[in-house]
Design a binder for this molecule. Structure first.
Ligand SMILES: Cc1cc2nc3c(=O)[nH]c(=O)nc-3n(C[C@H](O)[C@H](O)[C@H](O)COP(=O)(O)O)c2cc1C
Length: 350
């Protein structure tokens, strides 16, 4: 194709995506992290074409420490948490206002917590400070023996309901994958007032220093295989729950974004590749998506959205079980049993 025709095709191609009620130029958003907080870094992301900015999180603990200082509101800090906030809530609001002044894309404030309570009111101040939408990150580890999974989900839903009742801007909820009935939980999140779901938090686990018997906190970059879990759940959730999905975790290439969209996701959020490669990663990944669409004569991402989700399966549970069996069957035929007697290779896998 001559250059002129090829540029006409690019013009016609439409990566525009509607997410949380905002029309975005493309579906790749810088996710919550300190990158989306420093003014010059945010400017760099905008220059590279970021269609939306999700600010780093303001944490429940920080808000509670702040409330305690200002009003003496009773709050017992979890034992391992320093009494100094990670971010001073007032600084967060000021920064939000500063970013809002120069950014011409929607700004999403992220609040991050795990227990119901008045701390969620802070979201209204973030909106007053300029946030166009709120992302609520519910990050918790269910370690209590006296709490059932139903109790835990009910608490989460209470946080979401309390928040959604108080705000008029769109609300996204970022969740972890460690729930036993994710589709049911996602539907409850929708009913509680969320307008989109971000899947999934990565579990950030400390390691153990065996010499000093201490914990070490070293955040590992995400890896491409983390995407598989998200694709699978996007395919399931987009079939059963009418809630737009953002995938976060393991997106590295334009092909990954195409897979996410085919699985039913509306947008993807990225952090690790931006930390590793800088803002130009955004330009590259959008070019890769455009090139793929062009070579496959796709004019709009809506043409492929959800084409690989479960909506064609008459029995999703059987479909899921079928995938599992098929994976094991393929693996059994490909595995090489180094160091083991050859007859073992003829035995069926578990
Ligand atoms: C350094 C760093 C800081 C992060 N801070 C936040 C945060 O404040 N709030 C949040 O919801 N997620 C936070 N995340 C998680 C990211 O938003 C994202 O969900 C996760 O890194 C997976 O995307 P990735 O594979 O592109 O890194 C952070 C991630 C990193 C690497």
């Amino acid at each position: 194709m001559c250059d002129f025709l090829s540029s006409c095709k690019l013009e016609a191609m439409n990566l525009k995506t509607n997410y949380m009620g905002f029309q975005l130029d493309h579906p790749v958003i810088p996710g919550a992290s300190p990158l989306c907080y420093e003014i010059d870094l945010v400017q760099g992301l905008l220059d590279a074409g970021a269609p939306m900015i999700v600010l780093r999180s303001l944490f429940e603990e920080d808000i509670r420490i702040n409330n305690f200082r200002n009003n003496g509101t009773n709050y017992k800090l979890p034992p391992h948490i320093a009494s100094e906030p990670i971010i001073e809530p007032n600084d967060y609001l000021k920064r939000l206002t500063e970013i809002k002044q120069f950014a011409h894309v929607p700004i999403v404030a992220s609040i991050n917590g795990s227990t119901p309570g008045g701390w969620v009111k802070y979201a209204t101040q973030a909106i007053d400070a300029g946030a166009d939408a709120i992302e609520l990150n519910i990050y918790r580890i269910a370690s209590e023996t006296d709490l059932t999974s139903e109790d835990i989900e009910a608490e989460d839903i209470q946080i979401i309901s309390e928040l959604s009742k108080r705000i008029t801007v769109p609300l996204a909820v970022k969740i972890s994958s460690n729930y036993s009935a994710i589709s049911n939980y996602a539907e409850a999140i929708r009913e509680a007032g969320a307008q989109s779901l971000v899947i999934f938090n990565r579990f950030l686990q400390p390691n153990i220093d065996i010499e000093h018997r201490t914990l070490t906190y070293c955040l590992q970059p995400s890896t491409p295989d983390e995407l598989m879990l998200r694709l699978r759940w996007a395919a399931i959730l987009s079939t059963h729950v009418p809630l737009p999905l953002a995938i976060t975790g393991g997106i590295k290439t334009g092909e990954d974004v195409i897979k996410a969209v085919m699985s039913g996701a509306t947008v993807c959020q990225v952090v690790t590749p931006l930390l590793e490669q800088g803002p130009t990663f955004l330009t590259q990944i959008v070019n890769q998506i455009q090139q793929w669409c062009e070579s496959h004569e796709i004019d709009s991402l809506d043409e492929i959205r959800g084409c690989m989700n479960l909506k064609h399966a008459s029995d999703p549970r059987a479909y899921e079980r079928g995938n599992y069996l098929q994976m094991l069957k393929n693996a059994a035929s490909q595995i090489t049993y180094s160091g083991l007697p050859s007859k073992i290779s003829s035995q069926p896998s578990q």
